[in-house]
Design a protein around this ligand. Sequence first.
Ligand code: ADP
Ligand code: MG
Length: 242
Amino acid sequence: TTEERIANERISSIFDLAAGVAHELGNPLNSINIHLQLMRRQLSRLGREPATEKIKSSLEACTNEVQRLDGIITHFLQAIRPQPPDLRETDLIETLYDVLNLQGPELHNLNIHVDVEVRADLPPVMADPEQLKQVFFNITKNAMEAMDAGGDLKITAHADDDYVTLIFADTGVGISQQDLPRVFQPYYTSKSGGHGLGMMVVQRIMRDHGGQIGIDSKPGTGTVISLRFPQRHRRMRMLESR
Ligand code: ADP
Ligand code: MG
């Protein structure tokens, strides 16, 4: 509708403005970082007196906060300045394992058991592997954060004539019926340290791939997220009909 279009345009111009600011913040942040490093180096030449130790730990705190800011800005720019996907024939499961292996230690620490159940003949899809990794990372990260006392993450995949579907089911805290539609909204988060951008990025990447995301959840039981990727021939037809 026209109303939606106007709202979208407004959001996108706000995003442009914010992207500019975020980008500008990069230079001073860099400079702060360099000076913090210089100060640390100077300090290490002094003796281990209580006063210098105190300054040292303050400098460390500053460095950590600068890194956090840097992370927020990078995350933000990534979220609002999407790159078009570089599509190539991609093995979904291989890409999934790249992410799961990376998260192995954290999954282990949280006592989360991961079970991947996939048919051997799952066809490859046309996708950007780096963007896919981001999708899998954001989804599994949320699952981990929903299961901080341990649980199961079951990942299954199947294909029909039109789609290859990947399903992530966790046994975490779940999402209430009224919060469910909000998970894709930018900055919606139920976590104290959350950004609220992860699911928005997932949705955008899936859309850029001609795919879809579905979510279903029950508080106290868990969350199921399904990703549908168009089969190659369907994608071709879709592009032709544009
Ligand atoms: P963030 O993780 O920074 O909060 P996201 O966009 O990744 O932001 O997720 C938004 C919100 O959606 C989360 O704060 C949480 O409330 C909900 N959510 C997403 N995935 C899950 C999940 N697997 N289990 C429970 N809640 C989830
Ligand atoms: Mg998240």
